[in-house]
Design a protein around this ligand. Structure first.
Ligand code: GDP
Length: 172
């Protein structure tokens, strides 16, 4: 089954983005303890697509054991050939992507799957800040020109139509 795999730093709003795309309030758990989501969550969509929610990363207050466990989980997930049909990396529209974001982005690239990047919390930016921030994100992640980078607000709903249309184009 086609799998859309969502990844992002703890607290970036990954659960909120998934809930917004699915029109659900509490499908994915919003505000779950950062760093404690140590399993991969699968959501079956319309019986034909899977949304896969990878545990968040980059939370400072996580024990070495937890971090190692996360690393092994990611390794086994990304090693599975052909598992990911489409990667969705969620970053914070306000900030330059972290080293962890870059690493995650490279895992998707190495997996050879197409990807799209969602810049969440765009509601916290002034309008004139959006384009320059997107440019910093595109450059830091070294995105190819054909990789979509969508400004998004899980809170307000901006970008939802665009992401859904990219998903349906992809799986058409
Ligand atoms: P996760 O850890 O990545 O799954 O993040 P959550 O979905 O739990 O969200 C973390 C926090 O960010 C919560 O307090 C959300 O209400 C908030 N949040 C998520 N998306 C947005 C957004 O688009 N705009 C704003 N302003 N806050 C958001």
């Amino acid at each position: 089954r086609p799998q859309v795999t969502f990844a992002g730093r703890s607290n970036v709003g990954k659960s909120s983005v998934i809930n917004r795309l699915l029109n659900r309030k509490n499908f994915a758990r919003v505000g779950a303890t950062p760093g404690k989501t140590s399993q991969v969550n699968y959501f079956r969509i319309d019986g034909k697509l899977y949304f896969t929610d990878l545990p968040g990363y980059g939370y400072a207050k996580v024990s070495k054991e937890e971090r190692d466990r996360w690393g092994r989980l990611m390794e086994s997930y990304f090693q599975e050939p052909g598992l990911i049909s489409l990667g969705v990396l969620i970053v914070d529209a306000r900030h330059k992507p972290s080293a962890d974001d870059v690493t995650m982005c490279n895992w998707f690239k190495e997996a050879g799957c197409p990807m799209l990047v969602v810049a969440n919390k765009v509601d916290k930016l002034k309008k004139r800040e959006v384009e320059p921030n997107l440019e910093v994100i595109r450059q830091t992640l070294e995105l190819s020109p054909d990789t979509p980078l969508v400004p998004f607000s899980a809170e307000k709903g901006d970008g939802k139509t665009e992401v859904l249309s990219l998903l349906s184009q992809f799986f058409a």
